[in-house]
Design a protein around this ligand. Structure first.
Ligand code: HEM
Length: 161
């Protein structure tokens, strides 16, 4: 198969990955966590959160891998590595930064530190734990949406005029 077909496939997979991944983060941030924060039964709140977010975290790990691999493949295909040295491609930096943050959180920090810490804090003070959790998710969601906006606008030349 011609290389441009692989490039097209990588681009399509990349965007499907982004939709599933950032869409999931949006659901967790705007719907799941606010609903859990309204629950009075704090034991149930933690159990429910661990079950639901645990399932999402598994999916998020897979789509993070797909998005990263397809992204780096496109960089290689376009031989676009020097864009990392050009400020007008800030959206490439942002995509890579967001990917690095999620990779670090999902593959390293969550399993090694965050899961245990969050459980401890939630048992001590559930409201505070869920407020902090919500804040973290909001920051990541806003950054991710700026990234999607900036990337689509950037790819289609908005920052070159
Ligand atoms: C390792 C991380 C990543 C790399 C190396 C990467 C790289 C790329 C590349 C090279 C393109 C094609 C650019 C062009 O055609 O000029 C692209 C497209 C895109 N990326 Fe990423 N990306 C990464 C992560 C992300 C993340 C985390 C998001 C969203 C939060 C994202 C959203 C998008 C979108 C929406 C497009 C399609 C833009 C369009 O065709 O209109 N990427 N990415």
């Amino acid at each position: 198969m011609e290389n441009f077909v692989y490039f097209g496939l990588a681009r399509a997979l990349h965007v499907v990955g982004v939709v599933l991944w950032i869409g999931g983060v949006a659901f967790v941030t705007t719907t799941l966590i606010p609903s859990l924060r309204k629950m009075a039964d704090t034991d149930n709140r933690l159990t429910l959160f661990e079950q639901l977010e645990g399932k999402f975290a598994f999916q998020a790990r897979i789509v993070t891998l797909v998005t990263g691999l397809s992204g780096f493949y496109m960089m290689e295909y376009m031989n676009a590595w020097e864009r990392y040295q050009q400020l007008q491609f800030w959206w490439i930096h942002l995509m890579t930064l967001i990917w690095l943050i999620f990779t670090l959180v999902l593959f390293v920090l969550e399993p090694l530190v965050l899961h245990r810490r969050f459980r401890m804090l939630a048992n001590e003070n559930s409201d505070r734990a869920f407020t902090l959790l919500h804040r973290g998710h909001k920051v990541l969601l806003i950054l991710s949406l700026i990234t999607v906006f900036g990337t689509v606008a950037g790819v289609h030349g908005l920052f070159l005029i």
